[in-house]
Design a protein around this ligand. Structure first.
Ligand code: XMP
Length: 483
């Protein structure tokens, strides 16, 4: 492939000059004659993210410790997107977070949370708090079901040393066989006025659990992205500096749908080797790799075996990489340059960082992204990790760059970083914005509207029809509301 010629041609089809390197604010999307009456006519925002993994909406959350743990991943998967569990958790914690996503909204839980019949109320409460559940199945060491401890059983019990066998609801409970259908289960639960139906095999061993709440959730979140077994999808990051093959193996075993190899500088020999090793050991596992910002790096990662490229060096709202190092291309240039290669090879691309508005989101898709990764816009939501705090009469949440001094300090304290490096990120406070669903809806509303201006019914058409015009600074300023 003549890389230079391919990139030059791609830039031309997008209506962009090769130099100077432009970014989102430097361009506007040209509108077209459109046969779309209303943006609500645009129903299809599906994309292919990596390998065979498709999403129902093109937004993923950043693998940052102030953005994505299981709570964010669950919320996004319900909306049709995907969350990437960050690599700053220990491997055990990442596996647990993946398990929480896999357990959520899943009417058929194959490995329900249980507690031994010899446990105390305090132990049971601790386990229930860990998994955010209000009742727990009680089993013996052979996985035989003894009963269930529900909130009704322990509501007025204040002695944590009490043995649960003294207060739990004992067998016989209403149970069913493991091969029961969801509809049959719902009928039984309705008739018996119960919310949980343990599944027991013919040897009396616990094989699963169906909850009415989860059946109703399955019906509520029709856009949700689910794996073949009906569980919500989730991505998880592996660490380049650890035994990434062992990490990938265990995360895949836990049910992770997409593996992410994320390093600040992915245009590197070590990353190339890691991608080759991961793909040769797990050829079928969808692999996202980043971050990069040049067509040469895109070609290198594609040839090494990446299924999806994560693009963006320093555009993020908590990034200081460009200020510290002088390296990093303006994000529109980075996305267009890498898309020129990715599109040729049929490999997907995530535009990562710098999405501050619906306009940037739309421009990223016209440039050639298949999905966008979002950090700060999600960091102020209910579902991001961390507490809400009050200051100056407003509510806030903290957001911090993964290479910020504060983040590095925490990693040094936990023993996962050997020494401080010059910070390439900063901490910021972000206004509290409520549910992530409302942020997503606003972004998608803007995207649909943009698509209707261009006359595109889906994102592939949007990319094909969408062209840019270069705009002056005053042109950009003109488009902003006056305050
Ligand atoms: P937004 O703009 O959505 O960007 O907040 C999220 C992305 O920012 C990247 N990131 C960093 N980049 N130094 C950097 O140069 C950092 O400390 C840092 N932390 C996060 C990351 O790609 C994320 O998805």
């Amino acid at each position: 492939m003549n890389l230079e010629a391919a990139v030059r041609r791609y830039f031309k089809t997008k209506g962009l000059p090769l130099q100077p390197a432009l970014t989102f604010a430097d361009v506007a999307i040209k509108d077209n004659f459109s046969a779309i009456d209303s943006r609500s006519d645009i129903k299809n925002l599906k994309i292919r993210l990596a390998g065979e993994i498709c999403l129902n909406m093109p937004i993923v959350s950043a693998n940052m410790d102030t953005v994505t743990d299981s709570r964010m991943a669950i919320a996004l998967a319900r909306l049709g997107g995907l969350g990437f569990i960050h690599q700053f958790f220990s491997l055990e914690e990442r596996i647990k977070e993946v398990a929480k996503v896999k357990r959520a909204d899943n009417a058929l839980i194959e490995d329900p949370v249980t507690i031994l019949n010899t446990a105390t109320l305090g132990e049971a409460k601790e386990r229930m708090a860990e998994y955010k559940i209000s009742s727990i199945l009680v089993v013996d060491e052979f996985s035989r079901l003894w009963g269930i401890l529900t909130s009704r059983d322990y509501r007025f019990q204040y002695d944590d040393g009490l043995l649960i066998e003294k207060i739990m609801s004992w067998m016989p409970l209403v149970i069913a066989a493991p091969n029961i259908t969801r509809d049959e289960a719902l009928k039984i639960m309705d008739k018996e006025r119960i919310e949980k139906l343990p599944l027991i095999d013919n040897r009396g061993l616990l094989k699963g659990l169906i909850t009415s709440k989860d059946i109703l959730k399955e019906k509520e979140f029709l856009q949700a992205v689910r794996d073949r077994r009906g569980k919500l999808m989730v991505g998880a990051a592996v660490q380049l500096n650890a035994d990434y093959l062992a990490e990938a193996e265990q995360l895949l075993k836990a049910g992770t749908d997409v593996i992410l190899l994320d390093v600040a500088r992915a245009n590197a020999k070590r990353v190339k080797e890691a991608v080759q090793k991961i793909k040769s050991r797990f050829p079928k596992a969808p692999l996202v790799v980043g971050n990069i910002d040049t067509p040469e790096a895109a070609l290198m990662l594609i040839q090494a075996g990446a299924d999806c490229l994560k693009v963006g060096v320093g555009p993020g709202s908590a990034c200081k990489t460009r200020e510290t190092t002088g390296v990093g291309l303006p994000q529109l240039m980075a996305v267009v340059s890498c898309a020129a290669v990715a599109k040729k090879y049929g490999v997907s691309l995530i535009a990562d960082g710098g999405i501050r508005s619906g306009a940037n989101l739309a421009k990223a898709f016209v440039a050639g992204a298949d999905a966008v990764m979002i950090g700060s816009l999600f960091a102020g939501t209910d579902e991001s990790p961390g507490e809400i705090f009050q200051d100056e009469g407003r509510r806030w949440k903290m957001y911090r760059g993964s290479a910020s001094a504060e983040h590095q300090f925490d990693r040094m304290e936990s023993g996962s970083l050997d020494g401080m490096r010059t910070p390439e990120g900063v901490p910021r406070r972000i206004p509290y914005t409520g549910l992530v669903k409302s942020v997503v809806e606003e972004l998608l509303g803007g995207l649909r509207s943009s698509m209707s201006y261009v006359g595109a019914h889906d994102l592939n058409e949007f990319w094909k029809l969408g062209k840019f015009v270069w705009q002056s600074r005053s042109g950009y300023e003109e488009g902003k509301p006056q305050s």
